[in-house]
Design a protein around this ligand. Structure first.
Ligand code: UDX
Length: 435
């Protein structure tokens, strides 16, 4: 089967690499010539564990190619994936579909023989139908079907998530398209991954509803963490206890400084907008968003409180600035709210992140970047764990305390045990736990 993946961004690149690993021939098309050139040299423009090797193997095997030239790839494709960006539109929080629709116009010009076109990026409900309408009006002579096939990949474990999905969701009302999609995912079906066929609208909405529900779990546990502190309970014990109930589940109940990333904030916002427009507002999800926005600010204030009420002229070491570990992605990261808040209040901020510097340098002006956690802690009054990178778990807390000028540690991810930190001489603050 010949596949054309339009968009060599995060979703496009991971999906294309994994599909080529199944043995399909994948032509990956991107408008960014320099990105295409570097991919052809085998350089991977994003940080995702395992992606370099996967791409290298499949480039060498001739199963994946990169180009800016869409025409030939569409002509020979049985299946075209749309994996272009759908950023949040400024002002109204709605998903910006201009990249999707401009790709659709280009596809229309080159369609040749029965072709399945499927959205992979998260798109508002009704987009697949609208893509079909546009293609029909440009090329009434052509033979195609439009599907929705949302991805559920997590950054940092995207390849594993692709290869071992909880489900594969395909929205389609075309029987020929279903046969193509079934064949495409045959290698995963052999591993018992359930392939679910639903309507296009259900597939599109399910993606938003899944992310909104996960965001809800996070905002819920973050509020429960605050309550735990007030009532003398331990949020980790509470989360574990409720998580044992299969109806609740133990995943996504880790309190923290608020969710970030390229999906949750954008998708929650777009779903709120869609629901309002449909006059069926999702008031719970609106509150999830508010709780998360306020959470990031509250965590900045918490650092200030831990620093004896003022960070003025204090040196604050921030360990981890990416929105989560195992990624270099800074999009909507809590650090983008917390670091400027500390700076505005007069703090000197020093930062270490294993992968965050490349994007972070521009996004966090005025901070000093360090090459490891210990040098960030050197002379610091307060050390803050903001992203739970594994390497922080192995920090020798006595050495951290020795290196610091002060002794305050604010652990916004509950990486350490309170007893371990206090016995190292640190004044330890974490979230949702009383110590
Ligand atoms: C998410 C979805 O999980 C994935 O299915 C979808 O396709 C894209 O969006 P991702 O953004 O990569 O994936 O990260 P995820 O691991 O879900 O974490 C999102 C945010 O929530 C991070 O900021 C993380 O720190 C936070 N989080 C997650 C918590 O604060 N607590 C948790 O228990 C889980």
């Amino acid at each position: 089967m010949n596949i054309c993946m339009i968009g060599a961004g995060y979703v496009g690149l991971v999906s294309a690499a994994c599909l080529s690993e199944f043995g399909w021939k994948v032509a990956c098309i991107d408008k960014d010539a320099s990105r295409v050139e570097s991919l052809n040299r085998g350089e991977v423009p994003i940080y995702e564990p395992g992606l370099d090797d996967l791409l290298k193997r499949n480039i060498e095997g001739g199963r994946i190619t990169f180009s800016t030239d869409l025409g030939p790839a569409i002509k020979s494709a049985d299946l075209v994936f749309l994996a272009v960006g759908t950023p949040m539109r400024r002002g109204d929080g709605y998903a910006d579909l201009s990249y999707v629709y401009s790709a659709v116009e280009e596809i229309a010009a080159h369609l040749d023989g029965f072709t399945v076109i499927t959205t992979k990026s998260t798109v508002p409900v009704g987009t697949s139908r609208e893509i079909e309408r546009r293609l029909r009006s440009i090329r009434p002579d052509s033979d195609f079907a439009v599907c929705s096939n949302p991805e559920f990949l997590r950054e940092g474990s995207a390849i594993r998530d692709f290869m071992h999905p909880d489900r594969i969701l395909v929205g389609s009302d075309d029987e020929r398209a279903k046969v193509v999609m079934e064949r495409l995912y045959q290698p995963l079906a052999l591993r018992d991954a359930p392939l679910m066929f639903v309507t296009r609208e259900s597939a599109e909405l399910a993606k938003y509803a899944a992310n909104a529900f996960l965001a809800l779990k996070i905002s819920f546990i973050n509020e429960v963490a605050d309550l735990c502190e007030d009532l003398g309970a331990d949020v980790q014990e509470v989360a574990k206890a409720i998580g044992k109930d299969g109806r609740i589940g133990d995943k996504f109940l880790h309190p923290g400084p608020g969710y970030g990333g390229s999906c949750f904030p954008k998708d929650v916002s777009a779903l709120i907008r869609t629901a309002r427009e449909a006059r069926s507002p999702l008031s719970i999800i609106e509150q999830v968003q508010t709780v998360n926005d306020e959470r990031k600010i509250a965590m900045g204030m918490r650092i200030e409180k831990a620093a004896n009420g003022s960070v003025r002229d204090k040196r604050i070491a921030i360990l981890g600035v990416t929105f989560k570990p195992n990624t270099d992605d800074m999009r909507e990261a809590p650090s983008l709210t917390i670091v400027p808040l500390l700076q505005e209040r007069g703090a000197t901020v020093v930062v270490y992140d294993p992968q965050g510097r490349a994007h972070g340098e521009e996004l966090l002006p005025g901070v000093t970047w360090c090459s490891d956690a210990m040098s960030a802690c050197e002379g610091a009054d307060v050390a803050v764990i903001l992203t739970e990178w594994n390497e922080f778990r192995a920090l020798n807390l006595s050495a951290v305390k020795e290196a610091m000028r002060g002794d305050v540690m604010v652990d916004l991810r509950n990486v350490f045990q309170a007893s371990e930190a206090t016995s190292s001489g640190l004044e330890y603050h974490s979230i949702g736990r009383v110590h």
